[in-house]
Design a protein around this ligand. Structure first.
Ligand code: SF4
Length: 288
């Protein structure tokens, strides 16, 4: 048996194993998309396309125009869910403010986008790595990295671009499983990519503020130790075993930190209401 994991799946499993069942195993889809998610996608693509042209020396796109075109497409083609304080116009203004600052903020980092062995910029890089065999399960890790850079100290670093409401903290950056998984993927593919050893990992925050949206300086930390990587591999193995054995308990946690209030499957999971969800034929609504 083969099981493929990725950092978003691992995070969802930590949040609620039953949500993982709905999203990744039964592949139930929600008709609506969280506006935050769609916005993040637009910011990521506009940033990436700007950095790609800059690295290749091709004519530079205007990141603001790229963002605005992508956002207009998101709002016209998809059903987006906004919170009480959000609206399409607020997001458009925040995105415009952020992308207008991108050229100057990127220059201020002193970073250069790394190239692979064929001279391709390492932006939006999809990688896979075989973690090993555990109780007859071949466990693979997959992931798509925003950007791999050389810092101004010539250290190789993985940078994850995040549109976030609040800055990432050093504590979280040192602990994030997402960054750990990226380290595993880069180290496992380093020779194929023609890269030196990876030294640093971190987040580059694009802060969503109604009146003061801004791009923070990237926050980088040293790579994880060998011991931390082994602990992460064990975590992946145990999750793969849970998936194989179909262990998907529901969780409530406490009222103040319950995942249920923000869960796209809550109406189905709690009340058996399927409105707004698309069930693949094979899942046959066997789930609540
Ligand atoms: S409603 Fe709660 S228990 Fe059900 S899937 Fe969502 S987070 Fe899990």
């Amino acid at each position: 048996m083969q099981i493929r994991l990725r950092s978003s799946l691992i995070a969802m499993a930590d949040n609620c194993r039953h949500m993982l069942l709905y999203e990744y195993i039964l592949k139930i889809q929600s008709l609506a998309t969280a506006a935050n998610l769609a916005f993040g996608r637009c910011v990521d693509i506009a940033t990436r396309e700007y950095l790609r042209s800059l690295t290749l020396g091709t004519p530079l796109p205007d990141p603001v125009s790229t963002f605005q075109a992508l956002w207009a497409q998101e709002t016209s083609e998809n059903i987006l869910v906004f919170t009480a304080t959000q609206s399409p116009d607020v997001f458009e203004r925040m995105g415009t403010d952020l992308l207008r600052d991108l050229p100057e903020r990127w220059d201020a980092t002193g970073y250069e986008v790394a190239l692979d062995a064929d001279g391709n910029p390492l932006l939006d890089v999809s990688l896979s790595y075989y973690l090993g065999r555990f109780t007859n399960i071949d466990v693979f890790l997959d992931g798509t990295l925003d950007v791999i850079v050389y810092t101004d100290d010539s250290e190789l670093a993985v940078v994850d671009v995040k549109s976030a409401a609040a800055s990432h903290t050093p504590l979280y950056t040192l602990r994030s499983d997402q960054l750990t998984s990226y380290q595993v993927l880069v180290q496992g593919n380093r020779r194929k990519l023609g890269l030196p050893p990876l030294r640093r990992l971190g987040f580059w925050d694009f802060l969503k503020r109604r009146a003061s949206a801004r791009i923070e300086p990237p926050l980088l930390v040293p790579v994880r130790s060998a011991q931390e990587l082994l602990a992460f591999r064990d975590k992946c193995f145990w999750l793969a075993e849970d998936i194989k054995r179909r262990r998907f308990p529901k969780v409530s946690r406490m009222q103040f930190n319950t995942p249920c209030e923000m869960c796209a499957f809550a109406q189905h999971c709690i009340y058996g209401d399927d409105e707004g969800l698309v069930f693949p034929a094979s899942s046959s609504q066997q789930t609540a």
